[in-house]
Design a protein around this ligand. Structure first.
Ligand SMILES: [Zn+2]
Ligand SMILES: [Zn+2]
Ligand SMILES: [Zn+2]
Length: 583
């Protein structure tokens, strides 16, 4: 039984002033990953964009409590973004603006900068400073909105759906969607039962909670379309059998996920797992209610889906099938573009097709309207009357005549008008966006079932989202020291090739013990005090004060010597990273 009534829950959630919405505009993917990780782990809602134009558009359309803007972004600087936003008479409420810059001194020298930004933060970022600035600015405006979809039920308790009697544990959206439950995750729930929502995106907070994105979504509103796994709005009579099959199917496939993936906080892993557990491909649908014109069959914003799925295709875990090519507004990124035939001269769309006449005697060709004088046809060039079709003249074809400027042309030009912002563009100048259907590859399925070990291990690229939080904090400290004093450091990531064979033959506990022993010994034998941190798929060792070139040469042998002392060889593969690998 739920421990509070729906009405009380909603009130509590609406009043909690700390669920802030934050925009991060930053073109370095390492900093993007870092901020995404740090902020979402603290229950903040974070959107990431890569350049100034996207930032301005996001602030205008989404509304944020705090916007962190890299001062030197492509397309538009942080200052230009703020200035443009402030000069718009139709602007919404103003977020707190925070500038991120490598040149604090230079930025503060300009009077404009001081007026526009609430705070300036220096690169490389200090995580503790980021958190304290956000905490401080967040408190400064307690009336700012929290996580939007969480709201009190109108008129108190909802009518109770008979689906709740089927015998499963339901997270009732939005009544149970308070921050405490969302953070606690899927433990204790079998499905999400949606009583109120306008669009599938309203349920995006499910992706912040551990495993909630892997529950089936049952829609009682009829508004979620393919975003839900089952539309129960129009279903009368006995739905018990269908709901049971849906929930059990999800449960079975969820249980088959490897723990690396099931526990991962990485959005790519979450998306991959969702596709597997739902038993359906990631299918795009044209949706005129969306600025991007496309929705997918889950409760995550399509932009997020596209970015994450694109990376998974790059890693060979998803395959993409072409679905549609859209044209995208260069100003606001909307795909709701009106395509039209235009006058090549003045770009008016008011062009008419007309047949044109060819006067044999003088060889003049022109629109029929130019010849017509009352009931007669008079050649506008030589003023002779045209009497006989085939002898005096013929109609070789049609042409287009602009009703605005009179220009005549054989072919129209193609132009686009953005239905959202009104920007006009010529056909060749408009960017396109290809939309794909995504499906799991064999590697993708192997990874979901066998974890990182399936992918042949060694970590080639460091991504902050893959790293345990205390390691990220330690690394950030080392990076600052490196930038200030030049003191190098080395990070080792350790993967285990033999996890599967050891776990299969001797049990998962035996493997865990082997792994623990290995990292312990490694930490002891690396001189200068290595900090060993165990992660999900990988373990890590951080060596302050030692550069990677001093470690790379001997680390392979050291790993082998340690393995030889153990009862089982974990098959450790050690990758070496230095300050320059952290971007
Ligand atoms: Zn536009
Ligand atoms: Zn003529
Ligand atoms: Zn014209």
């Amino acid at each position: 039984m739920p421990d509070t009534t729906p009405a009380e829950d909603g009130t509590e959630a609406a009043q909690s002033g700390d669920a802030k919405r934050i925009l991060v505009a930053e073109d370095s993917s390492a900093i993007q990953d870092l901020l995404q990780l740090i902020l979402t782990q603290r229950g903040l809602s974070v959107d990431i964009v890569e350049d100034g134009k996207q930032a301005l558009d996001a602030i205008r359309t989404q509304g944020y409590d705090i916007a962190l803007l890299d001062f030197n972004m492509p397309e538009m600087t942080g200052l230009e973004v703020v200035a443009k936003y402030l000069e718009d008479p139709a602007k919404g409420p103003c977020p707190h603006f925070v500038a991120i810059t490598g040149d604090v001194q230079g930025l503060l020298e300009s009077q404009d900068n001081c007026e526009h930004f609430d705070r300036v933060m220096a690169k490389p970022l200090d995580i503790n400073e980021v958190l304290s600035v956000i905490g401080e600015l967040g408190r400064a405006r307690p009336e700012a909105p929290g996580i939007r979809p969480v709201r009190p039920a109108a008129g108190g308790a909802p009518s109770r759906s008979p689906i709740e009697d089927v015998g499963y544990r339901f997270l009732r959206w939005p009544y149970d969607a308070d921050r405490r439950r969302l953070t606690a995750g899927a433990e204790g729930y079998d499905a999400v039962l949606v009583y109120e929502a306008d669009t599938p995106d309203d349920l995006a907070p499910l992706w912040q909670g551990r495993g909630l994105n892997l529950l089936p979504v049952i829609d009682l509103t009829g508004r979620l379309g393919a975003g839900a796994d089952f539309d129960a709005s129009g279903v009368g009579g006995d739905v018990a059998e269908h709901v049971t099959r849906l929930i059990d199917g999800f449960g079975d496939r969820r249980a088959a996920l490897h723990r690396d993936v099931a526990r991962s906080e990485d959005i790519g892993d979450k998306l991959l797992a969702r596709i597997h557990v739902s038993g359906a491909d990631l299918i795009p649908r044209l949706d005129g209610n969306r600025k991007g014109l496309v929705g997918y069959n889950l409760t995550l914003a399509p932009e997020t889906v596209r970015a994450a799925a694109g990376k998974l295709v790059g890693r060979g875990l998803l395959a993409a099938d072409f679905f549609e090519r859209l044209h995208v507004c260069g100003n606001c990124r909307s795909a709701r573009m009106i395509v039209r035939e235009e006058c090549p001269s003045c770009r008016s769309a008011q062009i008419e097709e007309t047949s044109y006449l060819h006067h044999f005697r003088c060889a003049y060709q022109g629109p029929e309207a130019d010849f017509r004088t009352g009931d007669d046809l008079i050649c506008p060039k030589c003023r002779v009357e045209l009497r006989h079709f085939g002898r005096d003249y013929d109609r070789p074809g049609t042409m287009l005549v602009c009703q605005s400027c009179g220009h005549a042309a054989a072919e129209p030009a193609v132009g686009f008008v953005c239905a959202d912002c009104g920007t006009r563009s010529e056909g060749e100048a408009v960017a396109t966006r290809d939309v794909h259907l995504y499906r799991l590859t064999r590697d993708g399925i192997g990874y979901l079932e066998a974890g990182a070990a399936f992918l042949g291990m060694a970590q080639q690229v460091l991504r902050f989202t893959d790293l345990p939080l205390d390691l990220v904090v330690a690394l950030n400290g080392e990076a600052r020291r490196y930038n200030e004093t030049g003191a190098a450091f080395t990070l080792l990531s350790i993967a285990y090739r033999n996890e599967r064979p050891i776990a299969q033959d001797h049990g998962a506990r035996q493997f865990a013990a082997t792994r623990r022993l290995f990292t312990e010994l490694l930490g002891q034998r690396l001189d200068g005090g290595a900090k060993v941190i165990s992660g999900g798929a990988f373990d890590y060792a951080l060596l302050p004060g030692t550069g990677p070139e001093a470690v790379s040469g001997r680390i392979g042998d050291l790993g082998k010597r340690i393995a030889a002392e153990l009862r089982f060889d974990p098959g450790a593969e050690i990758s070496v990273f230095g300050p320059e690998d952290l971007g």
